[in-house]
Write a protein that binds this ligand. Structure first.
Ligand code: ATP
Ligand code: MG
Length: 97
């Protein structure tokens, strides 16, 4: 995983060296209930939910993959304009946001 900021953007890359994802599956991985796992093993909701969370926070997610080599998910967010004093931040402020 790699995270960095540039200008008012925040970037997070999550990379693996797994089996990769073929082109046809790649188009569907963010769809609800799309899974390549055996019946009863995966819900196919993992990435769908990730995408929803990212987008509801004003971000975007994209994926690049090479079968046999691995996969990279790239997240991009807008940095907050707010200047916060973290030391005095109450947990409730976050919950009731
Ligand atoms: N890092 C990855 N490497 C290879 N394939 C992946 C990767 N992440 C997701 N996929 C593919 O995308 C599909 C959908 O992923 P998603 O997380 O939405 O559901 P799932 O993992 O199948 O089920 P669940 O999240 O409930 O365990 C997976 O079934 C798999 O085919
Ligand atoms: Mg999953």
């Amino acid at each position: 995983m790699n995270a960095w900021g540039a200008g008012r953007k925040v970037y997070i890359d999550i990379k693996d060296t797994g089996e990769g994802i073929n082109k046809k599956d790649l188009e569907q991985i963010f769809d609800p209930f799309f899974t390549t796992k055996e019946p009863g093993k995966g819900t196919g909701l993992g990435l769908f939910i990730v995408k929803q969370i990212v987008e509801r926070n004003g971000g975007s997610i994209r994926v690049e993959s090479e079968p046999g080599k691995g996969t990279t998910f790239s997240l991009e967010f807008q940095a907050s304009q707010e200047k916060k004093d973290d030391t005095h931040e109450k947990p409730q402020d976050t919950i009731n946001r």
